[in-house]
Design a protein around this ligand. Structure first.
Ligand SMILES: *Cc1c(COP(=O)(O)O)cnc(C)c1O
Length: 242
């Protein structure tokens, strides 16, 4: 691959991913527009990330706040509006700088962070606009992963009801890596069931319309289990300039 080709490579990979997204939606009896592709740009340069809007991808994800800040700045001149999704751990000392830039935060992994975000919003966000956040669930129960334990989720409802500046958009999880993605299905099904239960518990206070689940290795299974946002990095960017 020569350095002048990344746009073509990306266009091809997006087309291939699009086919797979459509096929998975069809198998699940779902409409394609129920699923948003979030392109995870953490392994590529701002120059590569900047190619995406012209290819029709406006939802971009970063796992490190500093890298999100850097790419926001680099893409600020783009004529297309990009929605930046923070998908990794947010330290509380980085809230103030991140909130004005992020469209949503998929990785709220503690009550302390949730409450810090609620307090920070008025100073960092346009008046009256609630910030969409997802509760990250460690559904696969891996020791090295952030997130609420599955059995903690239902008990969060009383803490969610009084939130004024945040809107709980849904739940997020990362399945454990499996050679056969079929083995991820129980993790995704469990997240969907947790979401249903939490929805009942919070009523109309929060929409909880999203399930952010599915990565390069397992996104088709995630869609079959109800994912509304899939976060894809490797399948789009492998081998492209970092
Ligand atoms: C890196 C990352 C992804 C993308 O993973 P791929 O396997 O490269 O598609 C998705 N979600 C989170 C939280 C990540 O950190």
């Amino acid at each position: 691959m020569t350095v002048t080709q990344p746009q073509l490579v990306l266009a091809d990979r997006l087309a291939a991913v699009e086919q797979r997204l459509r096929a998975a939606c069809r198998r699940a009896g779902r409409a394609r527009d129920e699923v948003t592709l979030v392109a995870v740009t953490k392994t590529v340069s701002p120059a590569i990330a900047a190619l995406l809007p012209a290819l029709g991808v406006f939802d971009l994800g970063e796992s490190r706040p500093q890298e999100l800040w850097r790419k926001v700045e680099a893409l600020a001149g783009s004529t297309h509006a990009v929605r930046w999704h923070l998908i990794g751990h947010l330290q509380r000392n980085k809230i103030e700088r991140t909130l004005p830039l992020a469209h949503c935060i998929h990785s709220v992994d503690s009550l302390r962070l949730l409450e810090a975000l609620e307090r920070a919003c008025p100073a960092c966000r346009p008046a009256g606009s609630r910030l969409d956040v997802f509760l990250e669930v460690n559904a696969s129960r891996e020791a090295n992963k952030h997130g609420f334990a599955p059995e903690e989720v239902a008990a969060l409802a009383p803490a969610l009801l009084p939130l004024k500046n945040l809107r709980i958009a849904g739940l997020m999880t990362m399945a454990a890596y499996e050679e056969d993605p079929e083995h991820c299905r129980p993790t995704f099904a469990a997240l969907r069931q947790l979401r249903e239960r939490l929805r009942v518990a919070v009523g109309s206070a929060h929409p909880l319309q999203h399930l952010s689940m599915g990565m390069s290795n397992d996104f088709e299974v995630a869609i079959e289990e109800g994912a509304t946002m899939v976060r894809l990095g490797t399948v789009l960017f492998e081998g492209l300039e970092s």
